[in-house]
Write a protein that binds this ligand. Structure first.
Ligand code: EPZ
Length: 419
């Protein structure tokens, strides 16, 4: 098991290049099973969620290999349509394998993904959407088993703009008979990336990025070489880290339009943000003002995946902030760890009242989920003194070379093996 040793109080300076988006690469890997022939995805981040998804594809019988920062997938010989409990437990978001397996095999079975550290994570929206396309679902021995004689295009409305459900419908519909119109779709940039990827394979998808996506089913999809969109959440994490420690960094590669709401909030903290093409420069004096209120919302609102990092920032700012988490039921599990550092945060259901402190102090911290873990690292970088951060398996799921990128910006962080 590893831990980070972090010496806080170092301002960050320099440039960091964003990785490809974890939440795009995962559905793109699921889509590889739809192609007749080989798919190459370039600049794939070496993170454990990607390795887990690669293992899922191998278990389905696809040939998967990594060459440099590319992953090559050939699903032609895949015959299996079941995703095992072991892997679904590892990777909750494997639920969008349902759509691609149904499109390929007209049947799919995945172990019930179940809850996780940030909420119940139900799949009712996925299943009711797929039912419109003729998919029958049974729950058997902890598995969701989906079958359909014919996968038919349909008019579908999502009661909530679920990212995963939107992706599942698109993945199922690209090889279905006829046209699918999905209303109430999620608008995240990763869904636009999935549309672009599938269209490069010969699909006919349009409207991704709006709340209505139209998919015209085609007979077959061919292989492709593709470079995914950059990771707006990873980029936002580094911007917030610099805001918290003070300093000046430039994040390169990410589309600024994917982070609009964050810039507004960081300026509210009294950071300076300068944008030029795909370069985002942030300057922070280190002692900031609290945000008055932040409510997480589906894109283009404030992203839930940056909620924890923003609370860590406000915990050592001037004033008081109200943070409302509208997407997940229990996404404040990192708060007790921040309190060990002297943070004054009161959680009540989906809201947290953060009373900024002059300075947090280092402590022994335990990561409980991916973005909560990133928040603890940010708090430790800005705090006075030394912190130990364990449970790095959580942050390794989504941040490639986290300590290397932070060290390159001047942070004092070391990864040490503890047993
Ligand atoms: C995706 O999860 C992301 N994961 C999450 O990022 C992100 O937080 C989330 O979208 C919201 O943006 C990937 O893309 C791999 P949802 P997903 O379906 O698809 C409820 C990270 O840190 N819901 O949009 O699972 C659900 O409970 C991860 O990178 C239902 O009620 O999110 C939640 O409250 C964490 N029924 C809300 O919708 C359903 O059938 C949003 O979930 C599906 C979802």
């Amino acid at each position: 098991m590893d831990q980070f040793l972090i010496e806080g109080g170092k301002r960050l300076y320099g440039t960091v290049r964003a990785q490809s988006a974890k939440n795009s690469v995962l559905p793109l890997l699921a889509a590889c099973i739809l192609a007749e022939g080989r798919v190459t995805i370039r600049e794939v981040p070496p993170i454990t969620d990607v390795f887990c998804m690669a293992q899922i594809l191998r278990e389905l019988g696809a040939e998967v290999r990594f060459e440099g920062d590319c992953v090559l997938v050939d699903g032609s010989d895949a015959t299996e349509h079941t995703v095992s409990a072991v892997l679904t437990k590892e990777l909750r978001s494997s639920v969008f394998m349902l759509g691609s397996l149904l499109a390929r095999f007209r049947r799919a079975a995945i172990a019930y993904p179940g809850g996780c550290d940030i909420g119940l994570r139900p799949v009712d929206l996925h299943l009711s959407a797929l039912a419109h396309m003729g998919v029958k679902t049974q729950e058997r021995d902890g598995y969701i088993v989906c079958t359909c004689d014919d996968l038919r295009g349909a008019d579908i409305g999502l009661d909530f703009p679920s990212v995963g459900a939107t992706e599942n419908v698109i993945l199922a519909a690209v090889l279905a008979k006829g046209e699918t119109v999905l209303s109430g779709a999620a608008r995240e940039p990763e869904i636009v990336d999935l549309q672009n990827f599938l269209n490069a394979m010969g699909a006919r998808v349009r409207g991704a990025g709006t709340d209505t996506v139209v998919i015209e089913g085609v007979k077959r999809l061919h292989g492709v070489e593709y470079t995914p969109v950059k990771d707006r959440i990873e980029a936002g994490t580094y911007l917030i880290a610099c805001a918290a420690t003070g300093g000046e960094i430039e994040v390169e590669g990410v589309e600024p339009a994917h982070l609009g709401f964050l810039f507004h909030k960081l300026r509210e903290n009294s950071c300076k943000i300068h944008i030029k093409n795909d370069k985002i420069r942030i300057t922070s004096a280190g002692r900031l003002r609290c945000n008055r209120k932040i409510e997480t919302m589906p894109f283009p609102g404030f992203p839930t995946d940056l909620q924890a990092q923003t609370v860590a920032l406000n915990a050592a700012a001037e004033g008081c902030a109200l943070i409302v988490e509208n997407l997940f039921e229990t996404r404040f599990r990192y708060v007790p760890e921040l309190k060990k550092m002297g943070a004054d945060i009161e959680v009540n259901g989906r809201s947290a009242v953060v009373r900024g402190q002059p300075r947090l102090h280092g402590a022994s911290l335990v990561c409980k989920d991916l973005r909560g873990g990133a928040a603890l690292v940010i708090a430790a970088l800005a705090a006075e003194g030394t912190s130990e951060v364990v449970g790095l398996a959580h942050v390794d799921r989504g941040y490639a070379d986290f300590e290397g990128k932070l060290r390159a910006l001047g942070a004092e962080v070391k990864r040490v093996r503890i047993r």
